[in-house]
Design a protein around this ligand. Sequence first.
Ligand code: FAD
Ligand code: FES
Length: 277
Amino acid sequence: MAISLKILNNNPYKPVQGVIEDIITETSDVKTFVIRLSKKIIFEPGQFIMVYVPGVGEAPFAIASPPEETNVVEVTVRRVGDVTNALHRLTVGRIVGVRGPFGKGFPLKELIGKDIVVLAGGTGLLGVSSLLWYIYLNEELFGETILLYGVRTPHDFLRKRDLSIWSKRIEVYLSVDKTNGCRWGGFVCLVTDLLDIIGVDPERTYVLCGPPLMLKAAYYKLVMDNGVPPSKIYVSLERHMKCGLGKCGRCMLSNGLYVCIDGPVFRCDQIPMREMM
Ligand SMILES: Cc1cc2nc3c(=O)[nH]c(=O)nc-3n(C[C@H](O)[C@H](O)[C@H](O)COP(=O)(O)OP(=O)(O)OC[C@H]3O[C@@H](n4cnc5c(N)ncnc54)[C@H](O)[C@@H]3O)c2cc1C
Ligand code: FES
């Protein structure tokens, strides 16, 4: 069934039309969707879009492709519920609706010139992928950049082709919680243990994205154990969302900030510590 979505550029509640141009299987429950939009968008690293599956509903996803003016965006999606299962059932050529880009991304003015350590766990890589692309494409603007990325088993790494490209200009450390009998030449440890392997330097800037347990462990290790000031740590948060526009209150943090418009990227001294746990 062909469904056409009307394009209304000036109404943020109305999606633009997107055609699924390609689908890449990442793991048994994660796929990347390459979506050609009916109009160009410009987005900042760290921003997200709302993807609407006709007849089912919509959900927020980080834009994982390089931040540039473009009408082709990539989202990498883990299958967890109604919308994401419906998205996984779509095939190339099918139509979705796309709203956005939304939210505040990474504050590039604060990051430029800094040595940066990006710590990502599981699908947390997706929240920092566009930042890593930005750093990769503008290497001369940044100091040393290190990516620490951990997943459960060697089968669970996402966006492996990006990891291989980034590793030409970014130092990449990969870890798995367990090998599950697979051949694996990288680290076997929690991703936060990689911080001990590279050594925590309070002069560096840290960027975190991952599950709450990872955020908590990383925050304790950085701030409590090693004296990194919270003002040098940025986190990209995930919360349930409905409108994406600061209207419905669904994503409000305990200090009244909204993840959809004030985030998803926050500096850690600007949010209560419990929001990371
Ligand atoms: C800013 C932002 C960026 C995101 N980027 C990505 C991405 O790049 N790739 C990706 O796979 N997912 C991403 N997510 C999470 C994604 O939006 C949810 O997995 C999706 O909304 C689930 O919709 P559903 O209808 O399939 O599942 P539902 O039926 O709504 O929920 C299924 C399960 O997932 C949980 N869940 C739903 N939404 C969230 C959420 N926002 N945070 C935590 N748990 C949730 C529910 O509690 C439930 O247990 C992002 C979320 C936010 C807020
Ligand atoms: S999703 Fe509605 S206020 Fe944030």
